[in-house]
Write a protein that binds this ligand. Structure first.
Ligand SMILES: *[C@@H]1O[C@H](CO)[C@@H](O)[C@H](O)[C@H]1NC(C)=O
Ligand SMILES: *[C@@H]1O[C@H](CO)[C@@H](O)[C@H](O)[C@H]1NC(C)=O
Ligand SMILES: *[C@@H]1O[C@H](CO)[C@@H](O)[C@H](O)[C@H]1NC(C)=O
Ligand SMILES: *[C@@H]1O[C@H](CO)[C@@H](O)[C@H](O)[C@H]1NC(C)=O
Ligand SMILES: *[C@@H]1O[C@H](CO)[C@@H](O)[C@H](O)[C@H]1NC(C)=O
Ligand SMILES: *[C@@H]1O[C@H](CO)[C@@H](O)[C@H](O)[C@H]1NC(C)=O
Ligand SMILES: [Zn+2]
Length: 794
C-alpha cells in the first residue's frame, strides 16, 4: 500500500497509523487530512472506517452567526465609552492596562464590524487574560457551543470546513453538463453512488459476504469447514491486493521517497497500523472499556454476518489478544520521531538473511505485480528491523485460524461503511465509546467528504472555479514574504548558533518553496483527464467504486517506483478544497490551500493585524516546521542529513527539552491526563515560532505602509473592543484560531495519539513564552501567562 502522508494523517486521525515519520505534510490540526488523489484512492476501502470516524472527529455544523442585535448593542456600548482620543485606563481584575490612545480609533466598516462580532461572541471578559488567555479569548465560544450529536468537537477549523463542505455538496449535486470532462463526472458518480442508500439497503449484506469469501473466508463465519492447513498469511495478503484491499495489515508496504536521496523513490517496509487508533489503546488490555467496545464491535459484525455468537466471542477474543501482542511489538510513536533511526537500508538479500521465515523477494514481487520485477539486489528501507524479528516469532506462535480471523476482521471493518445500516450502526456503537458521538454524520456529509478526498484534484478544480476569491492569493504571497523575512531576522539574532550552522539554516529557509491556493494545472481539463485515465466509476456501485479506486490508486503509487520525484508536481499540491496547511520536509515546501485563505483565517475587509495573527501564524507555523525536531534533520534539498555542528545541536536539544517539559506539565485534571510533551514537540515548536514571526511580520508590514509607524498605529481598533489596542487585538484574533469545544473521549484520543497539543495549550504555551505578549497585556511576572521560566527554540 502506498503510504502517502496524506493517507497516513487520515489514518492516524481515525483508524490506526503510527507512521508519523511518513507524515511529511503536517496538518495544522489533527482533524485535518492532506489527501492527494492517489493516496486516498489507494486506501479508499481501507479508510472506510477512517472516513466515518474522521467524520465524527472532524468538523461541525455550527457556523458563527452574526446577530444584528448584538452588533447594535456593541455600537451602543462604544458610544457610551469616552472619546477614543482621550487616554484612559482599563481595569482588569485589579490590573491596569494602559491604552495607547493614539491607536485607539475604532474601525466601523462592515468588514471590521463583522470581524468584531465574531470575536465578541467568543471572548469571556470575566477571565483575566493573564491567568488563562485561551479562556479569556474563547471562553464564550465554549459556553455557547453545543457539540452536535454527530460530532466529537466544534472548532474554528471545523466551522470553516463545514461551510466548505456545503459548497462542495452544491457542486456535486449539479447535473453533469454536456461534454463535461470525465474527471468531473467521476467525482459526481462517486458521490451519487454513495448517496444511493436505497440501493445499498436493497442489496443488503450479500456484497460483503461475497467479498469476504473472495478474500479467503472469515474463519469465525465458516466454522469448522474453514481449512486451517491451507492458510498462509502472506498468500492471504496477495489475495487482498488482487481484490483491491490493503496489503498493510501485517506489514506496511509502500513506495516512498528515499529520505536520503529524495529525488528518487524506494520500497519501504514498516510496522502496520492497527484496528484501533493507536497502540496506546490496545495496550490497556482486554479489560479496558474501549477495547471491550472494539471486541464487541467485531462480535456484533460477525454475528450479523451469520456467525455463532459463542464462537464469535471466543475466536474474536483470540484475535484481539493477537492484536494486543502485535501492538506491543510496534515501536512507540515517541521513538519514531527520529527519521535516522527508521532509515535502515538493506538489500532484499540481506533482509532474507536476517529474517528467513518470510519469502521476501516473492512477497514484494507479488505485491508489485504486474508493475515491477525486483531482484535480491533491490535496496529497500526497513523502518523497524526489531519489529520484523519479533513479528515472525509472533506469527509462528499464533494459530493460523487466529491470524486469519484478524486479517479478515480488518477487511470486514474496512467494508462496513459501504454496507446497510444494520452494519453501520454497529460501527457507530463502537465510535460512540471511542469518540463520544452518538449519531452518524448526515449521509451527504460523509459522501461529500469521501468523494472530495478520493478525487481531490477533480473536486479541487471544480471548487476553485466556482468559489475561490482570487485576491486572497496576492495577500498570502505578501504575508509569506514578510514572515520569511522575519524568520531570517530571527536566525540572525539567535545567540545559541555557531556561524556555520546559522548559514546552513539560512540556506534552508531561503530554499523553501511555496504553494499557495492551487496549481494552475487544475484549470486545464486535459491535465485532469490524463491524471484519471483508466479509472471507471459508476453512479450506483458504491463498493465496486471503492475497489476500483483502491486498485487504481495502488497501481499509480507502486508504478512510480522507478520514476524520479517531481517536488513541485501539481498533482501532489492540487488539493485546494481543504482547510489546512502543510510543510513537507522532503520537498522543503510550505502549502496553503485555497480552503484556508478565508473565514477566520483571512479576510481582505478586516484589519491586517487579524490576518497576521491568524493565517500569518499558520504560515509561520509551517515555516518553523522546517526547523522543528524532525524538520531540522533534513537539508535544504529535502534530504535527511545532519547539518548541525555538535555544540549547536546540543543547544537546540536543550531548548526543545524545555518545551517537552513545559507542555508535559499541561494537563486536563478531569481526564487525569497530561499532554505528551515528546509527541507534540514538533507542533509546539512550530506554534511558538509561528506566532513570534507573525507578530514581527505585522510590524514589518506596518512600517512598509508608513516608515514612521511604531508598528501598531496604522490600523484602528474594532467595534466593541475599543478598550483594547491593536496589539491586544492581534493576540485576541490569533487565539480565536484555536477556539474549540471537544468531547472528553475525543480529547483523550487526541492526547494519546495526536501530534498536536489540545487547543487551549496551543494558545497558552506560545503566548506565555513570548515577552511581547506579557508586555502587551501587562501581565505581572509570575502570573500563569507570564511565567518566570520561558521556553524558546526559535
Ligand atoms: C539515488 O537514486 C538513484 C536511482 O536509484 C541512483 O541512480 C543514484 O545513484 C542515487 N543517488 C545517491 C546519491 O545515492
Ligand atoms: C509487552 O511486552 C513486554 C515485553 O515482552 C511484556 O513484559 C508485556 O507484558 C507485554 N504487554 C502486553 C500488554 O502484552
Ligand atoms: C536519532 O537516531 C540516531 C540513530 O539511531 C541516533 O544516532 C541519534 O542520536 C538520534 N537522535 C536523537 C536526537 O535522539
Ligand atoms: C471498475 O473498473 C472496471 C475496469 O476498468 C470497469 O469495467 C468497471 O465497470 C468498474 N466498476 C465500476 C463500478 O465502475
Ligand atoms: C514538475 O511539475 C511541475 C508542475 O506540475 C511542472 O511544471 C514541471 O515541468 C515538472 N518537472 C518535471 C521535471 O517534470
Ligand atoms: C514538569 O516540569 C518539571 C520541572 O520543569 C519537570 O521536571 C518534569 O519532568 C515535567 N513533567 C513532565 C511530565 O514533563
Ligand atoms: Zn504543524
Amino acid at each position: 500500500m502506498p503510504t502517502n502522508p496524506v493517507l497516513e494523517s487520515q489514518l492516524t486521525l481515525a483508524s490506526t497509523r503510527e507512521n508519523e515519520r511518513k507524515q511529511w505534510w503536517k496538518p495544522v490540526t489533527s482533524t485535518e487530512k492532506f489527501l492527494s488523489l492517489f493516496a486516498t484512492a489507494a486506501v479508499c476501502v481501507v479508510i472506510a472506517l477512517a472516513i466515518s470516524l474522521a467524520a465524527v472527529l472532524a468538523n461541525s455544523t455550527n457556523s458563527p452567526q452574526f446577530i444584528d442585535a448584538d452588533v447594535a448593542k456593541e455600537e451602543a456600548l462604544i458610544s457610551e465609552l469616552p472619546s477614543p482620543r482621550s487616554a484612559r485606563f482599563h481595569q482588569m481584575k485589579g490590573r491596569e492596562i494602559q491604552i495607547d490612545n493614539a491607536d485607539n480609533e475604532v474601525c466601523k466598516t462592515p468588514g471590521c464590524t463583522l470581524a468584531a462580532a465574531e470575536l465578541l461572541m467568543n471572548v469571556d471578559e470575566s477571565v483575566d487574560p493573564c491567568d488563562d488567555f485561551y479562556k479569556f479569548a474563547c471562553g464564550n465560544f465554549e459556553k455557547r457551543t453545543t457539540i452536535p450529536d454527530d460530532r466529537s468537537a466544534v472548532t474554528t477549523f471545523s466551522i470553516l470546513s463545514d461551510k466548505l463542505l456545503v459548497q462542495l455538496r452544491q457542486i456535486l449535486q449539479e447535473k453533469p453538463s454536456d461534454n463535461e470532462p470525465k474527471p468531473f463526472t467521476l467525482v459526481k458518480n462517486l458521490y451519487k453512488s454513495c448517496m444511493n442508500k436505497n440501493l445499498i439497503e436493497e442489496r443488503g449484506l450479500e456484497p460483503m459476504k461475497a467479498i469476504i469469501k473472495e478474500l479467503g473466508g472469515w474463519p469465525v463465519l465458516e466454522g469448522d469447514s474453514w481449512d486451517e492447513s491451507s492458510f498462509v498469511w502472506y498468500e492471504s495478503v496477495y489475495q487482498y491486493r488482487k481484490v483491491g484491499y490493503s496489503v498493510d495489515y501485517f506489514i506496511d508496504f509502500s513506495v516512498t521517497t528515499d529520505l536520503k536521496n529524495s529525488t528518487w523513490r524506494v520500497i519501504d517496509l514498516d510496522q502496520p497500523g492497527l484496528g484501533m487508533p493507536g497502540r496506546e489503546y490496545l495496550l490497556k488490555g482486554l479489560e479496558d472499556k474501549v477495547v471491550q467496545a472494539y471486541l464487541n464491535y467485531q462480535i456484533g459484525l460477525a454475528t450479523l454476518l451469520g456467525a455463532d455468537p459463542q464462537r464469535a466471542k471466543e475466536e474474536l477474543t483470540d484475535s484481539v489478544e493477537f492484536e494486543i501482542k502485535l501492538a506491543n511489538i510496534t515501536m512507540p510513536r515517541e521513538e519514531r520521531r527520529n527519521a535516522s533511526k527508521l532509515y535502515n537500508p538493506m538489500t532484499i538479500r540481506e533482509l532474507s538473511e536476517m529474517i528467513p521465515q518470510v519469502p521476501w523477494l516473492d512477497y514484494m514481487n507479488k505485491i508489485l505485480e504486474p508493475l515491477h520485477v525486483l531482484t535480491e539486489d533491490e535496496r529497500i528501507i526497513v523502518d523497524v528491523p526489531n519489529f520484523f524479528k519479533q513479528l515472525v516469532v509472533l506469527l509462528e506462535q499464533t494459530p493460523a485460524r487466529t491470524l486469519a480471523n484478524y486479517h479478515l476482521w480488518r477487511a470486514t471493518a474496512a467494508t462496513v461503511s459501504y454496507m446497510p445500516e444494520t452494519a453501520r450502526s454497529l460501527q457507530l456503537k463502537y465510535s460512540t465509546v471511542l469518540t463520544g458521538t452518538t449519531e452518524r454524520r448526515p449521509r451527504w456529509e460523509e459522501c461529500t467528504e469521501g468523494a472530495s478526498s478520493s478525487l481531490a484534484n477533480a473536486m479541487g478544480s471544480l471548487y476553485v472555479r466556482k468559489f475561490f476569491q482570487e485576491d486572497a492569493k496576492a495577500a498570502a504571497v505578501e504575508m509569506v514574504n514578510d514572515i520569511k523575512e522575519t524568520f531570517f531576522e530571527i536566525l540572525d539574532t539567535i545567540d545559541w548558533m555557531d556561524e556555520e550552522t546559522r548559514l546552513r539554516a539560512k540556506k534552508k529557509a531561503e530554499t523553501i518553496t511555496t504553494h499557495i491556493a492551487y496549481p494552475e494545472e487544475l484549470m486545464q481539463n486535459q491535465k485532469l483527464i490524463d491524471l484519471y485515465k483508466g479509472l471507471e466509476l459508476s453512479s450506483d456501485e458504491y463498493l465496486d467504486n471503492a475497489l476500483n479506486l483502491t486498485r487504481f490508486g495502488t497501481n499509480y503509487a507502486f508504478g512510480k517506483l522507478r520514476e524520479p520525484v517531481n517536488k513541485t508536481d501539481w498533482i501532489s499540491h492540487g488539493r485546494p478544497a481543504i482547510v489546512n496547511a502543510f510543510y513537507s520536509s522532503i520537498e522543503n515546501s510550505i502549502q496553503f490551500p485555497a480552503g484556508i485563505l478565508q473565514g477566520a483565517f483571512f479576510g481582505k475587509n478586516r484589519p491586517t493585524y487579524l490576518n497576521y495573527g491568524a493565517i500569518g501564524w499558520v504560515i509561520g507555523h509551517e515555516i518553523t516546521h522546517g526547523f522543528d525536531d524532525q524538520g531540522r534533520t533534513f537539508g535544504p534539498d529535502g534530504n535527511l542529513q545532519d547539518w548541525w555542528e555538535p555544540s549547536t545541536k546540543d543547544n537546540y536539544l536543550e531548548r526543545a527539552q524545555c518545551m517537552i517539559q513545559q507542555y508535559g506539565n499541561f494537563s486536563f485534571p478531569e481526564l487525569n491526563m497530561n499532554v505528551n510533551g515528546k509527541n507534540t514537540q514538533g507542533e509546539n515548536i512550530a506554534d511558538n515560532g509561528g506566532i513570534k514571526e507573525a507578530y514581527r511580520a505585522y510590524e514589518r508590514w506596518s512600517r512598509r505602509q508608513n516608515p514612521d509607524s511604531n508598528g501598531w498605529d496604522i490600523e484602528k481598533s474594532l467595534p466593541g473592543f475599543s478598550k483594547y489596542n491593536t496589539k491586544q487585538l492581534f493576540w485576541i484574533g490569533a487565539a480565536n484560531v484555536w477556539c474549540s469545544k471537544s468531547r472528553p473521549e475525543s480529547l483523550k484520543l487526541r492526547i494519546l495519539t495526536g501530534a498536536h497539543s489540545p487547543a487551549p495549550f496551543r494558545v497558552r504555551g506560545p503566548f506565555a513564552n513570548l515577552p511581547e505578549f506579557s508586555n502587551d497585556f501587562n501581565c505581572p511576572l509570575g502570573s500563569p501567562m507570564n511565567p518566570e521560566k520561558k521556553c524558546a527554540v526559535w
